[in-house]
Design a protein. Sequence first.
Length: 68
Amino acid sequence: MTFSTALFRTGLCTGLLVLFVHAAQAQDPGSGGPTPGAPEPTAVPIDGGASLLLAGGALYALKRLRKR
């Protein structure tokens, strides 16, 4: 690679970097986001998973008891 090619690539990369940094700094702050408040309650059905775990544990216990 010749010196002029390396100088051109370095100048091109530097110019693109300056252009992108300038565009990134020119953005306005926006709306500031949502206002803080009480967090929303989670909508996770705990009963469904607990009943499946309980049923699985009962089946496992029956299997172990019948093995004896």
